[in-house]
Design a protein around this ligand. Structure first.
Ligand code: NDP
Length: 430
């Protein structure tokens, strides 16, 4: 995976940049054809178009540095995480300043662009090189965190196999000062970078063609909603599985720093590149466009309120709940007097709201949004559908792991929960 992820990212980039999004492969499978494919169709274009450059370094690392500084200094509520067994039950504190940092970043981007100091369109102009910098940073940060944890002796659940430990991580909660590196990497970098990539495509479209299309506006809205949701719900993240249990290794660091933004962005890139190549924006009939906007917004509503219902319910139980006016606060995001199952373990399992309808309603909603990102591009290329396909596999795998874990943890209470809420994704279907 450590070789495969970057290789796939470059492959997709070559397909889009040089072949209008068409997937390419060798003309024959003998050694000569394979070597020629590798050299002429992959390596040479990558070296020519995606080598690291100073502007790309400044754009990407400038953002990474800015987001880290904001995470250090911006205002926000402090939330306690779950008790950590390896720290003798101590609860770490998390400064949740994602929202104020996000607003500062948006304001700064608007100021830099409107004053001509930094043209947002240059992000997409330097896409290949920025992606390379992100990949290199993904490896560099993984190595730094790994070495620091070995030096500080904070290694945790090590297997003894270097490659496996490098992939899964050594340290559970690496920090620089009060900034939790895992939480910072999980929400401050991937989603805002994804949003700015899409915004850059929209700005470029306007600069070249003098107008913006409904399809590309759709993608900017979609990525804005996702990035905004991560920042406005940040206080719910310290109690999540990733923060509580997963270690900070290549899997999380690389995927957050490079994988998410540079593979989830293909719908926006494809819409722009196809218009630049043909001179015509990809547009759809009004009913189809309205259908997709509805799919996105309904998906977002269930995703936002579904996560919020469960997380707020859990926060109420562990005494960390507080009301927040982060925009948008949607109706039904907080259930008063919910029904639940009291487990022998002590935790309560919510059976109200979306959680009385399905066991993973927020996954269904997330998948609705991700398929809409592909459908808005039409059917000219597989690349914009990669995210949906990949995500379907990730979530299906996560569901089975999670159900297994919960069945072990809650025993009979889980059986009762599954009886009361029999469907996982869609009521009466699955
Ligand atoms: P979930 O929100 O599915 O959390 C699962 C945990 O929640 C369970 O292990 C259990 O934990 C608890 N739980 C399950 N059912 C109930 C219930 N009825 N009442 C109370 N607690 C319950 O975790 P994820 O982190 O997988 O997903 C969070 C969001 O992030 C989702 O919307 C998902 O789509 C999104 N996501 C997005 C990704 C992307 O790349 N775009 C990647 C991964 C996730 P406990 O042991 O505490 O009981």
């Amino acid at each position: 995976m450590m070789i495969g992820f970057p290789a796939l990212m470059y492959y997709f980039w070559v397909c889009l940049e040089y072949h209008q999004g068409r997937l390419i492969w060798p003309t024959a499978w003998d050694l000569g054809s394979l070597a020629s494919f590798w050299w002429n169709d992959l390596w040479t274009p990558i070296v020519q178009g995606a080598a690291p450059t100073m502007p790309a370094f400044s754009i990407y690392m400038g953002y990474v540095l800015l987001s880290f500084v904001l995470a250090y200094v911006a205002n926000g509520p402090i939330v306690a995480g779950l008790p950590i067994p390896s720290l003798k039950g101590a609860r770490l504190k998390y400064l949740c300043n994602g929202l104020s940092s996000w607003y500062w970043t948006l304001a700064l981007a608007a100021a830099l662009h409107s004053t001509g100091v930094f043209d947002l369109a240059s992000i997409v102009d330097h896409f290949g090189s920025i992606m390379t910098i992100a990949i290199l940073w993904g490896f560099t940060m993984t190595t730094l965190v790994y070495v620091a944890s070995c030096v500080q002796g904070t290694n945790h659940r090590m297997s003894g196999n270097f490659f496996y430990d490098y992939f899964m991580g050594a340290s559970l909660n690496p920090r620089v000062g009060h900034v939790d590196l895992k939480m910072w990497a999980e929400i401050r970098v991937p989603w805002p970078v994804l949003f700015f990539l899409s915004l850059s495509c929209l700005v470029k479209q306007y600069q070249v063609h003098g107008e913006i299309s409904a399809s590309l506006s759709f993608m900017v809205l979609a990525h804005f909603l996702y990035a905004n949701a991560c920042q406005k719900g940040e206080e719910c993240i310290p109690t999540s599985w990733d923060i509580f249990y997963e270690k900070d290794g290549f899997m999380l660091i690389f995927w957050n720093m490079a994988g998410v933004p540079f593979t989830y962005c293909y719908a926006s890139l494809y819409l722009l590149k196809s218009e630049l190549a043909t001179g015509k924006a990809i547009t759809h009939s009004l009913p189809y466009t309205i259908f997709l906007y509805t799919l996105l917004l309904v998906g977002y509503y269930v995703f936002d309120t579904g996560n919020s219902q469960k997380n707020r319910f859990r926060m109420e139980q562990n005494g960390s709940f507080f009301t927040r006016n982060a925009f948008p606060q949607l109706p039904w995001g907080h259930i008063k007097n919910p029904s639940y199952i009291k487990t022998k373990h002590g935790n309560l399992l919510l059976t109200s709201g979306w959680w009385g309808i399905a066991r993973k309603p927020h996954y269904t909603a997330d998948l609705m949004m991700s398929i809409s990102w592909g459908l808005i591009t039409g059917f000219g290329s597989f690349l914009p559908y990669f995210y949906f396909c990949f995500f379907l596999v990730v979530l299906t795998h996560r569901v089975s792991r999670d159900m297994e874990r919960c069945a072990k943890k809650y025993g009979d209470d889980w059986v009762e929960y599954c009886r009361r809420v029999p469907y996982i994704f869609i009521p009466y279907v699955y």
